[in-house]
Design a protein around this ligand. Structure first.
Ligand code: GLU
Length: 334
């Protein structure tokens, strides 16, 4: 009975509230839309990417309120398991957008590798962001200098659902290495792995991530970990065979232990969505990012060199979402 009174009093309050609401407030509210962007672990660059995109969406909303160009979009970018998780959640309609490695965008759209028999043909590319070199980070005293030295060591292969786990498995297959070749293969998340390395619980971990980033710095600057070269014939073969891989350099001086350039292979971080997500919603998000690109570049060192000409092309293998294509055409970029 008491509950009933409270609820009806509340309902009355709401009714009076909406009666007092001005026509333009009601209009903005009816158009209010919430979007969710899948990222990665909180110390990675995907988390910074998703939250940077939300920052620009909200900046545009604030500017729009002054100029009368309202879009009503509210954005959140929670931490997630990474690329493959994000793609699967977009397919399930649980996320509207996500950040994903270009290799996993390719495989999901084409139904290859991990997505064999499970093709996601509604996957759509929006733009690409920063390069992501695949890195093997090793303990300073581990004695590991090359891939072959990982044999018999404790290696973190990454949490299921992360992009690095997928890419690590591809690289293991290419090197004909199995988890049985390691003393232990752990499945720690990107947030746990650097601490585990510094605590001496693992000897090495694989991570596909933008440079520089706080997670890797915990291990390099914090406990003397190093990044090894991955430029043998095996990696050369991968780069020659697959369009989504390219060689990448992690320059000397990036971290405290970066005493020389490191050569490895890598992918691009890309921003993806689904054909089921409204064209005008994607258009507004894309517009917010590119109209505020100077601010976007300032939010993380991995974004400093972003170039729109490359962002609308590099690493995109799924078709462009029509909402993104509309904006790029308006700008005369395509
Ligand atoms: N590339 C990683 C993944 O797909 C995430 C890297 C990051 O969080 O910046 O899981």
């Amino acid at each position: 009975m008491r509950n009933k009174i409270t609820i009806s009093a509340l309902a009355m309050g709401l009714a009076v509230g909406s009666f007092l609401m001005s026509a333009s407030d009601a209009d903005a509210q009816s158009k209010r839309r919430f979007i969710a962007i899948g990222t990665g672990g909180p110390t990675g660059v995907y988390f910074a990417t998703g939250n940077n995109i939300c920052r620009q969406v909200h900046r545009e909303a604030a500017e729009g309120r002054k100029s009368g160009r309202k879009h009503g979009i509210r954005c959140s970018a929670p931490s997630t398991g990474g690329s493959i998780y994000n793609i699967n959640q977009i397919r399930a309609g649980e996320l509207d957008f996500g950040v994903a490695q270009s290799d996993w965008q390719y495989h999901a759209y084409n139904g290859t590798s991990r997505f064999e028999g499970n093709k996601f043909d509604k996957l759509r590319a929006v733009f690409s962001v920063h390069p992501e070199p695949f890195q093997i980070i090793v303990g300073g005293e581990s004695g590991i200098r090359s891939w072959d030295d990982l044999k018999g060591k404790r290696v973190n292969i990454g949490n299921p659902g992360s992009g690095q786990r997928g890419t690590m498995e591809v690289l293991m297959a290419a090197h004909k290495t199995t988890t049985g070749d390691f003393q232990v293969a752990t499945e720690l998340t990107s947030t746990e792995q650097s601490k585990a390395l510094c605590d001496g619980k693992i000897d090495a971990y694989g991570y596909t991530v933008g440079v520089p980033n706080a997670g890797v710095a915990i291990a390099t600057d914090g406990c003397g970990a190093k990044i090894i070269d991955l430029n043998s014939g095996v990696e050369k073969g991968l780069v020659e065979k697959f369009p989504y891989y390219a060689f990448a350099t992690i320059p000397k001086g990036t971290y405290k232990t970066s005493t020389q350039d490191v050569t490895t292979f890598g992918v691009m971080a890309t921003f993806v969505s689904s054909a089921d997500v409204d064209e005008d919603l994607v258009y507004e998000v894309v517009r917010a990012v590119f109209e505020n690109l100077d601010d976007f570049r300032q939010q993380h060192p991995a974004f400093r060199n972003l170039d729109p000409k490359r962002m609308i092309k590099d690493g995109l293998s799924a078709p462009l979402h029509p909402g993104a294509a509309k904006y790029y055409k308006e700008k005369g970029w395509m």
